[in-house]
Design a protein around this ligand. Structure first.
Ligand code: C2E
Ligand code: CA
Ligand code: CA
Ligand code: CA
Length: 280
């Protein structure tokens, strides 16, 4: 058993070396990925449950790596966040998403469709987020009402004072702020009292089981009721089945997104869905 233990240790330490090596490598490649045109944004449509109308889209970063193929954000966002690269990447994504949304948000006669952009904890702590947002809006001509920012609960926890200040500044410009992955942090409900947000996104892990797990359904129903009593919009993410959609609608959830409703799309596909002419 001892020998096996030793081997095990060697195995783990070598794979850890490899992981570190790969991590450093990923960071270096990610640094130049934007200029090399390897990064793009996919847009997942968001629908209103009441009437099924398309109301907006979430911007999701994609990395098409020359050797590895499509690398998931779950892999590289962590690298970008921990190395600080997100301070460069974040504003680039925001700028690009605002520019894209300006093409669909200004259509006359129709209800404007929002774009929802993920903001990392480091971007929020950085302090210049309101300035970065204002600059993006000014440069792209996007109306502030068409921009939503998604912050995770963990970005806000432990730093409520700074977070509230930022969020107040952002919301004063007309931009909406949503709390992402809601319900996964431990003190989610109490945070809503101290952190000013316009909406919460119920985490996929809750939505996944609402048809079979009475506890998850009870939690989801409670989140909806509580958010509504505070005048906050509720978005459900990860809707993969018609039954989930129907149940969420019955419980009064406002908006939803998920594979059953629509996968993340390249911009031309989203524009086709909206019914806008595709740029050449
Ligand atoms: P998220 O903000 O919770 O985004 C939703 C994720 O769920 C996306 O994965 C989306 O493709 C996926 N998804 C959508 N519908 C379904 C469904 O019905 N079932 C399942 N199983 N999954 C669904 P994606 O694109 O891989 O993004 C993963 C995470 O990476 C995001 O989670 C977000 O936290 C982060 N991320 C993505 N883009 C950005 C970005 O531009 N900036 C920052 N800071 N983070 C980003
Ligand atoms: Ca999100
Ligand atoms: Ca989420
Ligand atoms: Ca469960």
């Amino acid at each position: 058993a001892k020998v096996a233990g030793k081997d095990c240790f060697r195995f783990y330490s070598r794979s850890m070396d490899q992981a570190v090596e790969r991590w450093v490598h990923l960071e270096q490649e990610l640094r130049v990925a934007w200029e090399r045109g390897q990064l793009s944004i996919a847009y997942q449509p968001v629908f209103r449950l009441g009437d099924g109308a398309l109301v907006g889209a979430e911007a999701l970063l994609r990395w098409n790596h020359p050797e590895l193929g499509l690398v998931a954000p779950s892999v590289f966002i962590d690298v970008a966040e921990q190395t600080g690269l997100i301070s460069v990447l974040g504003p680039q994504v925001l700028q690009a998403a605002c520019a894209d949304a300006a093409t669909w948000c200004s259509a006359e006669g129709t209800e404007p469709l929002f774009v929802s952009v993920n903001v990392s904890p480091r971007q929020l702590r950085g302090g210049d987020l309101p300035d970065v947002v204002s600059r993006c809006l000014a440069e792209t001509g996007l109306s502030p009402h068409c921009l939503h920012l998604e912050l995770t609960e963990t970005a806000v926890i432990g730093d409520e004072a700074n977070a509230s200040l930022m969020l107040d500044q952002l919301r004063a410009t007309g931009v909406k702020v949503w709390l992402d992955d809601f319900g996964t942090g431990f003190s989610g409900l109490s945070h809503l009292r101290r952190v000013p947000v316009d909406g919460v996104k119920i985490d996929r892990s809750f939505v996944a089981d609402i048809l079979h797990d009475p506890d998850d359904l009870a939690l989801t129903t409670a989140i909806i009721a509580m958010a509504h009593s505070l005048g906050i919009t509720v978005v459900a993410e990860g809707v993969e089945k018609e039954g989930q959609y129907a149940l969420l609608r019955e419980r009064g959830c406002d908006l939803a997104q998920g594979y059953w409703l629509g996968h993340p799309l390249a911009l031309p596909e989203l524009l086709a869905l909206i019914g806008q002419p595709t740029p050449p």
